[in-house]
Design a protein around this ligand. Structure first.
Ligand SMILES: N[C@@H](CCC(=O)N[C@@H](CS)C(=O)NCC(=O)O)C(=O)O
Length: 225
């Protein structure tokens, strides 16, 4: 089995880091964690020691870096086929890949106005027509996946897959900003919050005290607790 080391940023803020961490932990794949900290400008200069891209997350597979959260999730799925990190059914897998790519490359209004900040409570902050459009699209996508592929399981494709890890940080944004969701989307968001791996990440995020001004769109000076 390859030796895995996952390099991540602040658990309170780093939405990209949360995806592969929740994926590996949620699937029961052992890995060593290396945590780096954002500076005030939201940069992690030390990340260059691990990745040519100079960003987190980075997965070191026997010391060989894989950077970018999507590449890391694909690599994990390839290394551990028995974990079925993508849905087994080809049609479901196509949709799962599509909604992950959609998250990876899109939803800019939501990401800009509602950055992940797990320990903060910012009800209503950041809402706009563009943000609501992203929320509506995400809610519809969750509902459609649950109806078509969810079966008896609580996740988008029944069992826990990359898609759930990919949308876990979105659920965190919705919680922080108290976003009102249609019942089916809310039920899915609640199921994500109940995942042991998500709860473990959230507990650690809440213990962090580092205040990164660049990621605190709605705060002025001090960390919220
Ligand atoms: N597309 C990349 C984005 C990674 C990314 O933006 N990482 C941020 C933290 S969430 C980062 O490392 N920022 C520090 C920097 O750019 O110096 C991925 O999916 O991993």
């Amino acid at each position: 089995m390859p030796k895995l080391k996952l390099v991540i940023g602040n658990k309170n803020y780093s939405s990209w880091s949360m995806r592969p961490w929740v994926l590996l932990r949620g699937a029961g794949i052992p890995f060593e964690e290396v945590q780096l900290w954002f500076d005030d400008g939201g940069r992690i200069p030390e990340a260059r020691r691990y990745s040519p891209a100079g960003q987190v997350p980075v997965l070191l597979v026997d010391d060989m870096p894989v950077w970018d959260s999507l590449a890391i999730c694909e690599t994990a799925a390839e290394l551990f086929p028995e974990k079925q990190l993508w849905p087994a059914d080809p049609g479901a897998r196509q949709v799962a890949r599509s909604i992950c790519a959609e998250m990876h490359a899109g939803f800019h209004a939501l990401r800009g106005a509602m950055p992940m900040n797990i320990r903060a409570s910012l009800p209503g902050k950041g809402m706009s027509a563009g943000v609501q459009g992203d929320i509506d699209r995400i809610s519809a996508s969750w509902q459609s996946c649950r109806e078509r592929f969810g079966g008896q399981g609580g996740m988008l494709f029944g069992r826990f897959t990359v898609a759930d890890a990919y949308y876990a940080p979105v659920v965190m944004r919705f919680v922080t900003h108290a976003v009102a969701l249609p019942p089916a989307a809310q039920a899915y968001a609640d199921a994500v919050c109940a995942l042991a791996a998500v709860q473990e990440w959230v507990r650690a995020a809440r213990r962090e005290t580092a205040f990164v001004a660049a990621d605190e769109t709605y705060a002025s000076a001090k960390a919220e607790s």
